[in-house]
Design a protein around this ligand. Structure first.
Ligand SMILES: Nc1ncnc2c1ncn2[C@@H]1O[C@H](COP(=O)(O)OP(=O)(O)OP(=O)(O)O)[C@@H](O)[C@H]1O
Ligand SMILES: [Mg+2]
Length: 360
């Protein structure tokens, strides 16, 4: 059973892309097959995983590939019945190393593939209309592009354990699409005063997204009684939130490592908002359990400020768990403190991966 997971927060720069990249590495390390879908017109995930040069080649439109070799080649033809949709996948640059480690997959095939993003997704977002397509129920399938893409791959015997969707910082139609397709969504948050606000905003907006889908679904079902896809979609569950980019200090008296005071304040405030604001609103969604029993108000993962390592991940096109074997670009070698941080944060991504495997 493939599980589709969206990384979502309408706030920008909170670590959605970084989490997708590092989490995919941890899940694959546990032998899971992963498909990454870059559903963000900024295409940061594509550039981080395959490098700008290869990504640029995939964007190129030619006679043979009129829509390039990105998500566009699947999404645009789906709107034009005369054209056939194609799924192009690429392996991340560090894929070979994973296979060298002889991590076992069920079928001995590649562990991570990515469907590259495309700036064209901006136009696609404009084509999708909430009123007619969703609420009136006349174009619900247009909002299921990531799911349909996964199904198309399955038809060709390419199945994945987990599909991770990277999203733009927005509540736009791309985000709606991904959520309508998803089994779960995870919300990264940074330690700042906007995070609690953004979490409460999700509590406002998500139920209305779901209500829109429900209205359209009911209208659609009157005319399409035997459709088996639409009734199963539009039911994303909250998988938890990730505290990303905070600073710590080791307290002399206890030798314990803890968040610095200012960041602890934001951790507590966001946890409280999740508990007292988001949870009741998600529970208010009546026709399915949007809030699973295993989800707590506290974060499912706590990723410290990675400092320059966050930049190196993007520059070297490797996830955090491969960084140690690379020479840094900004200085001669990794310091003891950096190696220690890598080690601890890799464990944190691994335990997030295990949480997903155990619960989702
Ligand atoms: N834990 C971290 N420590 C330090 N820097 C980080 C951390 N996580 C992410 N960053 C850096 O912060 C910036 C934003 O991260 P990222 O691109 O993952 O966020 P995003 O939520 O995907 O952004 P957007 O909303 O624009 O898509 C990047 O430069 C990234 O390298
Ligand atoms: Mg991003």
């Amino acid at each position: 059973m493939t599980k589709i997971i969206s990384l979502f927060n309408n706030k920008g720069g909170v670590g959605k892309t970084t989490t997708v990249f590092n989490l995919s590495a941890s899940l694959s390390q546990k032998g899971k097959k992963i498909l990454l879908i870059d559903f963000d017109p900024q295409c940061n995930l594509s550039i981080a995983t395959i490098g700008y040069d290869e990504f640029a080649q995939h964007l190129e439109r030619t006679k043979e590939h009129p829509f390039g070799r990105t998500i566009r080649a699947f999404a645009q033809p789906s709107l034009q019945p005369t054209q056939s949709s194609k799924v192009y996948r690429v392996q991340p640059k560090y894929q070979k190393e994973i296979l060298n480690d002889q991590v076992e997959t069920v079928d001995g095939q590649t562990l991570i593939d990515i469907v590259p993003g495309d700036f064209w997704l901006n136009s696609f977002a404009d084509i999708l209309t909430v009123g007619t397509d969703v609420v009136q129920g006349s174009g619900l399938y247009k909002f299921l592009v990531p799911f349909l893409l996964v199904e198309k791959l399955k038809e060709d015997n390419n199945s994945y354990d987990y599909v991770l969707i990277d999203l733009p910082p927005s509540f736009n139609t791309l985000v709606r699409s991904a959520l309508y397709c998803s089994d779960y969504f995870l919300v990264p948050c940074t330690p700042d005063s906007f995070s609690a606000y953004c979490v409460s905003l999700i509590g406002e907006v998500l139920p209305s997204f779901i209500e829109d889908w429900n209205q359209g679904r009911k209208r659609y079902e009157v005319l399409n009684r035997y459709d088996q896809v639409i009734p199963e979609k539009g039911i994303p569950k909250f998988g938890g939130w990730i505290f990303n980019g905070f600073a710590t200090t080791v307290y002399r008296s206890t030798k314990e490592r803890k968040e610095i005071g200012a960041d602890k304040f934001h951790l507590d405030k966001t946890s409280l908002t999740v508990k007292e604001d988001l949870f009741p609103k998600l529970k208010g969604i009546s026709h399915y359990d949007c809030l699973p029993d295993f989800v707590e108000p506290t974060p499912v993962a706590k990723i410290q400020d990675l400092n320059t390592m966050a930049r190196e991940i993007q520059k070297l096109n490797v996830p955090l768990n491969r960084l140690r074997s690379r020479k840094p670009t900004l200085f001669a070698s990794w310091s003891y403190a950096q190696k220690d941080l890598m080690e601890r944060m890799n464990q944190e991504y691994d335990s997030l991966a295990q949480y997903i495997i155990d619960n989702f």
